[in-house]
Design a protein around this ligand. Structure first.
Ligand SMILES: NC(=O)c1ccc[n+]([C@@H]2O[C@H](COP(=O)([O-])OP(=O)(O)OC[C@H]3O[C@@H](n4cnc5c(N)ncnc54)[C@H](O)[C@@H]3O)[C@@H](O)[C@H]2O)c1
Length: 438
């Protein structure tokens, strides 16, 4: 049976490589649509959890995971052997930066090596990881070509960025439209047909893999530039004694031409703050400096430093040096209601305050333990979230809100704390004298 028929009849076997924040919801969605799915991951603990029907990702419930595992529609593997029997392969592996902020596409390279070993006729490969324009062609196609098989004829290759927004209940994976760019038209068409089987939203075919890769970079850069702009404005407003949140609410009353973005201690996560560096790396190949975007990235990277300065200022008001001050960091995840700490402000701010001699505890209902490795620290530090009660707040000189998880009582927090630095506008009332809003 040709691939198109296998897709239509849902008889195509699908491998999802990398079952993290993106890969697991994707694998479950495809299995729910009726396909046989092989979930492949190098982390044995994740593979074991999937096979036991226990979800470790907020957007997937254990109930729905268990259902597809029990129905034998989804099975996880700690090796790449299922690639041999897969008709469609989705790559959802990490694309981090190295310590010098250079794109690290080694996860894609390693995955491609495994795919190349198992590549066979009529197989469709789709890269979903966020990356710089050119990756699909230069990293994946270049390697797969070595097999002697011809793209667009023997096998098919495309890029389609995952646009998932973790914890977003309104737009789940299948509600978000997809852009697709194949190496050839046939590659694109096959991916469109495949996504149509489990995505409810529109599928948008593009002219090339590069256009699809750049689309993802544009979306994320748009957010980063705007968040950095509002953070810069927020810092200025704070110096001028103007409440930036009041200003944003006022600007929102304009019915067109304005879109609200909100201040934060850093725009974190695994995608948005990394993309300017991915683009910068590629742009330099063309002797082009993306100065405006680089500047947004720089402002974002400096935000944690601004927060530390605010903490020092607040302690100073209380005649306290940072050294030996007791600080409770409230929320260490990169955004509300997730347990993901990658790229979070806390990863920068806590080591900086520890180096300055502060005594740090943290509270985060979603992050039980926090492992910190940072240039501020001589050796890695491991912290455990405290068991919170409002009464215990008295023992801290300062509470620093870095993440405004929902369902927590911020009124009680402010009533019981000596002083609060609120980087998220978690405390809405402006009547409190013991709060500084960043
Ligand atoms: N997290 C998000 O909200 C989000 C949203 C959109 C796009 N993305 C992009 O999707 C990609 C994946 O992100 P994520 O957040 O799911 O990462 P993640 O770290 O949660 O998951 C990636 C998984 O890939 C596994 N892996 C690494 N190398 C492997 C290999 N060779 N074989 C098999 N498994 C391997 C890891 O063990 C991990 O479990 C990134 O490029 C990211 O930028 C993420």
């Amino acid at each position: 049976m040709n691939l198109e028929k296998l897709i239509k009849s849902k008889k195509a076997k699908v491998a999802v490589i990398g079952v993290g924040y993106v890969g697991l919801p994707t694998a479950v969605e495809i299995a729910q649509a009726g396909f046989q799915v092989f979930a492949i991951d190098i982390k044995k603990e994740r593979v074991d959890l999937v096979n036991r029907g226990k979800s470790y990702i907020f957007d997937v419930s254990s109930k729905e995971l268990k259902k597809v595992v029990k129905a034998k529609k989804l099975k996880a593997f700690n090796n790449h052997a299922p690639l041999k029997n897969s008709d469609i392969v989705l790559i959802c592996v990490p694309t981090p930066l190295d310590k010098n902020k250079v794109p690290d596409v080694s996860y894609i390279e390693k995955t491609t090596e495994e795919i190349a070993k198992n590549l066979h006729k009529n197989q469709l490969i789709i890269l979903e990881s966020s990356t710089y324009p050119g990756t699909t062609r230069e990293v994946i196609l270049a390697k797969l070509r070595e097999t002697g098989l011809k793209v667009g004829k023997d096998f098919f290759l495309a890029y389609s960025p995952e646009r998932l927004d973790p914890t977003n209940k309104q737009y789940k994976l299948k509600d978000v439209s997809r852009v697709v760019g194949g190496i050839t038209k046939k590659c694109t068409n096959l991916v469109v047909k495949f996504y149509q089987t489990f995505i409810k939203a529109k599928i948008v075919p593009l002219s090339s893999t590069e256009a699809a890769e750049m689309t993802k970079i544009l979306e994320n850069t748009f957010r980063l530039v705007n968040i950095s702009m509002i953070n810069e404005l927020g810092l200025l407003c704070s110096k001028m004694g103007i409440d930036i949140w009041e200003v944003i609410e006022a600007a929102k009353t304009k019915p067109y031409g304005f879109m609200p973005f909100y201040p934060s201690p850093k725009c974190g996560g695994h995608c948005i703050p990394l993309d300017p560096f991915y683009l910068e790396h590629k742009a330099k190949e063309y002797n082009f400096w993306i100065r405006f975007i680089e500047l947004a990235g720089e402002i974002n990277e400096l935000m944690p430093h601004q927060v530390v300065t605010r903490v020092i200022w607040a302690l100073n008001l209380k005649k306290k040096p940072v050294r030996n001050s007791k600080i409770l960091v409230w929320g260490v995840a990169y955004k509300r209601d997730v347990g993901d700490v990658r790229g979070s402000a806390a990863e920068e701010i806590i080591p900086d305050l520890l180096k300055k001699g502060a005594k740090i505890d943290y509270f985060d209902p979603y992050v039980k333990t926090l492992a910190l490795k940072n240039s501020f620290l001589k050796k890695p530090v491991s912290l455990r979230s405290i068991k919170y009660s409002p009464k215990m707040l008295k023992k801290y000189d300062l509470v620093l809100i870095l993440t405004d998880h929902s369902g927590l009582d911020y009124d009680k927090l402010v009533k019981n704390a000596k002083f609060v630095v609120d980087t998220r506008n978690a405390i809405k009332s402006r009547k409190h004298k013991n709060v500084s809003w960043l």
